[in-house]
Design a protein around this ligand. Structure first.
Ligand SMILES: *Cc1c(COP(=O)(O)O)cnc(C)c1O
Length: 389
């Protein structure tokens, strides 16, 4: 049986070049980067090299990159570090209804502590309304956090415009760029962001590694306390293999950026075209303009996305409904709800995300199987029986 992985937004395999870069740091290059002898210095140099590789991908200085244990920690640090630092100034945060749970649940936690959070909605294009953002700002607002690219529908937020508004009001601006990294061009200086979250395992690096970009001159409170690692800003002995792997993955993402975007968007467009023309009663959620190059979020009316997922799994195809993190809950996707998709259609939605190892043959295999599966499920669907399908 063919195996087709179409869930690159959930995670990606580690590329061979990345793995090769990592291996010596499990074995002979095991030094602690805080140690002062050569074996330690060798590791410290590797950490700084990775920092520069990540900086180069987003036009940041190496010193503005702080390693974390993933995108989730970067999001948590940005929020909790900012509110702690600015607690004298205010208690209001502005974010969106469509953030990743790493941000949403952090904000909900803060609400329980007495903070006020405004959750902005999105329009049919998946974007927030800038006037609504500006209207939500009060003299107590200390942080604006808006994700760059949505993980479910792949839509891109107007980050540069948000950055200008934040700056005009002297409010710190954080963006979760985990899905954006390597998939859309990012220049932190041009975008005017103060903090930006990144994750290694979404760009063909290892899991459990990430980074927070913190603009030069900005000091937020520390989140992890302990040793003096990361310029005394994030404690804990460095995850050497993770860091080296993330750095290499970032370098590959930078060097092969155009190829990657072209490859993914061509295959994604091919998948979307075939589904929309060959399978009746299907629709794409979110605009196809300004979108993650690998993302297709598609509703199959009158049936359950969960059933499609399971039946695709029987034939070796991996996809998801909503995001990987919410796949075990029965709650309808908060992102599709915010987009205004009716509940019954949300339940019929599947997220396909293609990546560097996807081929045209993979897409053909998926579409052929989908046609069968959707037809079978619709024959069984009580909704269809009632409608005389
Ligand atoms: C995956 C993801 C995260 C979490 O990153 P981890 O490294 O898995 O903790 C945060 N935000 C977005 C948008 C994501 O897609």
């Amino acid at each position: 049986m063919r195996n087709v992985y179409l869930d690159y937004s959930a995670t990606t395999p580690v590329k061979e070049e990345v793995l090769q870069e990592m291996i010596p740091y499990f074995t002979e290059k095991f030094g602690n980067p805080s140690s002062l002898y050569d074996k330690g210095l060798e590791s410290k140099e590797a950490v700084d090299n990775a920092r520069a590789q990540i900086g180069a991908l987003i036009n940041a200085d190496a010193k503005e990159i702080f390693f974390t244990a993933g995108g989730t920690e970067a999001d948590n640090w940005a929020v909790f570090g900012t509110v702690d630092k600015l607690k004298e100034k205010g208690n209001h945060i502005i974010t969106t209804k469509v953030e990743h749970h790493a941000m949403l649940h952090s904000c909900q936690f803060l609400e329980k502590q007495g903070y006020e959070v405004t959750y902005l909605g999105i329009g049919p294009d998946g974007r927030i309304n800038l006037e609504e953002l500006e209207a939500a700002i009060t003299d107590k607002t200390i942080l604006i956090s808006v994700m760059m690219v949505n993980n479910e529908i792949g839509t891109v937020q107007p980050i540069k415009e948000i950055g200008k508004i934040a700056k005009a009001h002297k409010i710190l601006f954080h963006t979760d760029a985990v899905q954006a990294l390597g998939n859309i061009p990012i220049d932190v200086k041009d975008l005017g962001v103060d903090m930006m979250s990144m994750s290694s395992h979404k760009i063909y690096g290892p899991k459990g590694e990430g980074a927070l970009y913190i603009r030069k001159g900005l000091r937020i409170s520390n989140y992890l306390h302990g040793g003096a690692q990361e310029n005394s800003r994030r404690a804990g002995t460095e995850n050497m293999t993770g860091i080296v792997g993330f750095g290499k993955a970032a370098e590959l993402a930078r060097v092969h950026f155009d190829e990657h975007v072209k490859h993914c968007s061509e295959l994604r467009d091919y998948l979307v075209d075939r589904i929309l023309t060959e399978i009746p009663d299907t629709m794409v959620n979110g605009t196809m303009e300004a979108r993650h190059p690998g993302n297709a979020n598609i509703t199959f009316k009158y049936i359950e996305g969960e059933s499609i997922l399971l039946m695709l799994n029987y034939v070796g195809i991996s996809v998801s409904t909503g995001s990987a993190c919410s796949s075990k809950s029965l709650e309808p996707s908060h992102v599709l709800s915010a987009l205004g998709v009716p509940v019954e259609m949300i339940h019929g939605t599947v997220r396909f995300t293609v990546g560097d190892f996807t081929t045209k043959e993979d897409i053909d295999y998926v579409v052929e199987n989908l046609k069968n599966i959707v037809e079978k499920l619709r024959m069984l669907s009580p909704v269809n029986a009632q409608k005389g399908w």
